[in-house]
Design a protein around this ligand. Structure first.
Ligand code: PRP
Length: 214
């Protein structure tokens, strides 16, 4: 548990971290050291404000938060749902908006309608399993892929995919379409359950200040 005087953030490396720092800056929290885009550093500290930042891979953010080495994490709702870690989700930051969908060729509509035993390829096997097994009560075979998931139905590995749709252009350019929408997604702020008690005042103040911007 991170009981020290610092407020520690685990951020998702890349654009999500940049957008988060913009929001935090408006809430009065800054870290000039992080502005150097060429830097390969992974930990940044602002001693004066007693804040610390880790730059992590998205799926590891909820892990750092669950174990309490970070008080606060920011990553996509897709990652939070997929990882299923213990943490309080406190804020929808409003950026990184997209949708988790079941997609495929239009011919796959029938298979979904008749609850056939189909093959589902996804980078998000837990989200896919939860959707088909617990919400649709449909038995499916899940095939885990690591990217370019749209290939699945095209090359005949799977009937459909469960994936993120933002603009829809990847689907269109590959002759696929949204067949069912699972849930809306965006960047979320999560908080370690113990930190929420031990650093309550500081965290509440931060949430309040961020809410004012959203
Ligand atoms: C994501 C997602 C889709 C695409 C959706 O992939 O998995 O493939 O973006 O965006 P669009 O609706 O705007 O086209 P990403 O670019 O992260 O790469 P990946 O396929 O290697 O995971």
């Amino acid at each position: 548990m991170n009981e020290d005087k610092y407020l520690t953030f685990a951020l998702t490396k890349g654009r999500l971290a940049e957008k988060t720092m913009e929001l935090l800056e408006n809430a009065g929290i800054v870290c000039r050291e992080m502005e150097d885009k060429k830097s390969r550093k992974l930990i940044f500290v602002n001693e004066e404000q007693k804040v610390r930042f880790f730059l992590a891979k998205g799926p590891d953010v909820p892990t750092y938060v669950e174990y309490g080495v970070a008080d606060i994490g920011v990553t996509g709702r897709d990652t939070i749902l997929e990882e299923g870690r213990r943490a309080f989700e406190v804020l929808d930051l409003g950026f990184g908006k997209c949708r988790m969908c079941v997609c495929g060729p239009s011919s796959a509509k029938e298979l979904l309608l008749h609850h056939e035993r189909i093959r589902v390829a996804s980078k998000y096997p837990n989200i896919a399993r939860d959707y088909f097994h617990n919400k649709k009560f449909q038995t499916v075979d899940i095939i885990k892929l690591n990217g370019s998931v749209e290939l699945g139905p095209i090359v005949g590995l799977s009937d459909v995919i469960v994936d993120i749709v933002e603009t829809g252009s990847t689907l269109r350019e590959n002759g696929l379409e949204v067949l069912e929408e699972i849930c809306p997604l965006s960047a979320r702020m999560i908080v370690n359950q113990v930190s929420m008690r031990l650093k309550n005042e500081r965290i509440r103040e931060l949430i309040h200040s961020l809410e004012g911007q959203l």
